[in-house]
Design a protein around this ligand. Structure first.
Ligand SMILES: C[S@@+](CC[C@H](N)C(=O)[O-])C[C@H]1O[C@@H](n2cnc3c(N)ncnc32)[C@H](O)[C@@H]1O
Ligand SMILES: *[C@@H]1O[C@H](CO)[C@@H](O)[C@H](O)[C@H]1NC(C)=O
Ligand SMILES: *[C@@H]1O[C@H](CO)[C@@H](O)[C@H](O)[C@H]1NC(C)=O
Length: 242
């Protein structure tokens, strides 16, 4: 089975070769402009399907407010700001994303959620949040981001650094399926093409293992099946306390 899977994966790698070439010669950077337009639609649809899950997850945010009663949230890979409406009123938000072309959509989310105090948008990948000082925030949020970062361990180290002791990383991420399933098979076979349409997204990651291996003191993590297409059906949801 593993051999058959490898052969099929190779086939799709060959199919993806023209896209790899486009990436290599730099045309792919045009895609960075187009992706936010697509993500805007995807995020709206995702919120519809995952509304209850997000509501439940974020209902607990206020418990992590700092000693002065203010809740300071930083989002990594914030995209279009699809999580804003789930944040409690009065909280302060810093958004970060390596793709500057999200700013327009972010502004729309800021205007639509004036219960929040928006601080700034920092163009930065989550592997390197040098604009943010140590222990600066109460909560970090990551939804659908750890599938596309280049080094999950490094990201979790950075998140841990910028959180105050007792602060928490909230996550909702799609992950690889159980190896006994067809979903697992298809995730591996279709990954080479998916990578390009999903802006570097990898559906074959066992992200919970990185969370388990990280420095967080307390990890509340659940595996759930999201009501989404098979490729991104298996999800993990929860939070990790520094
Ligand atoms: C699928 S979108 C999710 C956007 C948003 N978090 C949401 O839930 O709607 C993935 C996001 O991760 C961002 N991203 C990609 N690589 C990243 C990295 N290394 N660090 C932080 N964000 C990254 C992308 O620019 C994009 O905004
Ligand atoms: C909310 O967070 C607190 C920790 O501050 C935890 O004790 C509690 O069980 C959480 N509730 C839910 C529903 O996760
Ligand atoms: C990922 O980051 C970790 C922690 O910073 C580092 O030890 C490791 O070498 C990095 N991995 C890669 C492939 O760069």
């Amino acid at each position: 089975m593993a051999f058959f899977r490898s052969v099929c994966t190779l086939l799709f790698q060959i199919l993806a070769l023209p896209l790899k070439l486009l990436e290599f010669i730099g045309i792919y950077s045009i895609y960075k402009r187009a992706f936010p337009i697509m993500m805007y639609r995807v995020a709206k649809n995702y919120n519809k399907k995952m509304h209850d899950k997000k509501k439940e997850l974020f209902s607990n945010l206020s418990e992590f407010a700092g000693p002065d009663g203010t809740l300071r949230i930083l989002e990594i890979g914030c995209g279009t700001g699809a999580n804003f409406k789930y944040y409690p009123s009065g909280c302060k938000i810093i958004c970060t994303d390596p793709n500057p072309h999200f700013q327009r959509y972010l502004q729309e989310a800021i205007d639509a959620n004036d219960q929040l105090e928006f601080e700034k948008f920092v163009v930065s990948s989550a592997e390197d949040l040098k604009a943010i000082s140590d222990s600066a925030v109460d909560v970090v949020v990551s939804t659908l981001v750890l599938c596309s970062v280049s080094n999950t361990t490094r990201v979790l180290e950075e998140v841990h650094r910028i959180l105050r002791p007792g602060g928490a990383l909230y996550f909702l991420e799609h992950v690889v399926s159980d190896p006994s399933t067809w979903t697992y098979f298809l995730q591996h076979v279709l990954q080479p093409l998916w990578y390009f349409f999903g802006d570097g997204c990898e559906v074959t990651r066992a992200t919970w293992k990185d969370l388990e291996a990280s420095k967080f003191s307390d990890l509340k993590l659940r595996h759930i099946e999201a009501p989404l297409m098979f490729m991104i059906r298996p999800h993990i949801v929860g939070y990790a306390v520094k």
